[in-house]
Ligand binder design. Sequence first.
Ligand code: SAM
Length: 248
Amino acid sequence: MYDATRTDTSWVGLYHGNFQNELKGKKILELGCGDCANAAVMAAFGAEVYANDISQKPGEIINKLNTSHKFEFEIKFIKGDFLKADIKNNFYDIVIGKAFVHHLTHDQEVKFTKKIVSILKANGLVRYFEPAINNKFLDHLRWLTPVPGRPSKFQRRKFEQWRINDPHPERDNSSKHYEKIGKKYFEETRIVPIGTIERFHRILPKKYSRRFRRFAFKFERKLPKSINLSLTRSHLIEYKIPKKQKGT
Ligand SMILES: C[S@@+](CC[C@H](N)C(=O)[O-])C[C@H]1O[C@@H](n2cnc3c(N)ncnc32)[C@H](O)[C@@H]1O
């Protein structure tokens, strides 16, 4: 955990500001819990974790986690589509999404946000870690650079085939987009860019990668926020205090 929150982008982002210290005793819902690694980490820090995923698999992982580890609170699995799940209103302190929201269309995101507003307590918090696309030029370069599992845009046929099978919807992943959602549904919004310098680790030989990333995450905090926002690869998104409708 110590190493991951200093080196691995999604952990650096989600746990930015020593978030682990805010977890003990909190009721937390994690959306799209996937492999449940983060649900397990939060439970190990003393949170009462409810983990949701549309896939059945995380339910099996959670059963194994609960048997193999004595958490203060057993992790509960909420099966199925979040929008259809029966979830208590005004119940959660925190809602978490790690690499989750960019899988939603804009329409789904609005529906998710409205439901999150009603299930959160009055002083509730949302914390997402997501990829950021704030700079068109860098985004263009990204598509031209092949990475494992994704061909370069130069390889036209292969790229088109990849695009057809890509599970991510066409959507706005910019910090501005998240700010807009935050302002509409919450009293406070905070965006922390993560990965301005770290993103270049891909051009280095693998053996230097982890050392470079640790250095980059520290160094980029010294850059002005405007530069970080423009060049960042990902961002932590925080919404606080849901704007509740009367009766919710
Ligand atoms: C990219 S994975 C992220 C997994 C994990 N949070 C992580 O950081 O590795 C997205 C997850 O969201 C889940 N998912 C997608 N749509 C969903 C929905 N409508 N309700 C609940 N889970 C959903 C998928 O099954 C998948 O496990």
